[in-house]
Design a protein around this ligand. Structure first.
Ligand code: HEC
Length: 173
């Protein structure tokens, strides 16, 4: 009986040692991973800053739908572009082309013209546009609370804010 007791302490030590080694190597992995995450977060945070400065001045929905809105909420824009593009590259190319050359000829969200003028040309650098569009692709855009009810009431009338039936989608002209 006593013999067993003398073995228990070292055995426990071995177990504790093994567990702590394991968590240590897990910690190292976690540190590696978080460095990658930080790098991505930094690029994204520059993108976010540019997006807020340069796009949200108009695409800001300030929590409600009303006549002071200057542009469609961006989650809706993103949604439309996701549906129109095959992959990330295509998404980025299409949106970049739009920002560089917004015109009635190449807009996707035809229904938005019921509410807004065509987006003006903005002389932003290629680099800034690339950062913004990457940020948009990589991150969820905020969906305003009023949006679903608004969309439903429009769809009853047969037109949505760009995504609905009626004044439809796509490149039809
Ligand atoms: C001066 C106001 C204004 C600013 C600033 C602005 N937009 Fe817009 N944007 C609009 C309006 C209005 C529409 C809706 C009418 C249209 O589609 O042209 C729109 C529509 C869009 C669309 C949908 C176009 C389509 O295919 O129908 C995209 C994409 C877009 N904006 C991206 C951006 C990005 C990215 C930025 C920042 C670099 C930006 N906008 C800044 C006013 C603005």
């Amino acid at each position: 009986m006593n013999k067993i007791k003398t073995w228990i302490a070292p055995a426990l030590l071995v177990v504790i040692f093994t567990i702590s080694c394991n968590t240590n190597s897990k910690k190292k992995d976690a540190i590696k991973l978080s460095t990658i995450e930080i790098a991505k977060k930094e690029t994204d945070s520059i993108g976010a800053q540019l997006f807020n400065q340069k796009c949200m001045i108009c695409h800001n929905h300030v929590g409600k739908v009303d006549s002071t809105m200057l542009a469609p909420p961006f989650f809706q824009v993103k949604d439309r572009y996701l549906r129109a593009s095959m992959d990330k590259e295509d998404f980025i190319e299409t949106m970049t082309n739009w920002v560089k050359n917004p015109s009635e000829d190449n807009l996707l969200m035809r229904g938005t013209l019921d509410h807004f003028e065509v987006m003006p040309y903005l002389a932003y650098s290629d680099e800034d546009i690339a950062k913004i569009v990457n940020y948009v692709y990589n991150n969820d855009m905020e969906r305003p609370e009023w949006f679903d009810a608004h969309q439903e009431s429009h769809q009853k009338e047969g037109r949505g804010m760009g995504n609905g039936q009626g004044r439809g989608q796509g490149n039809r002209r």
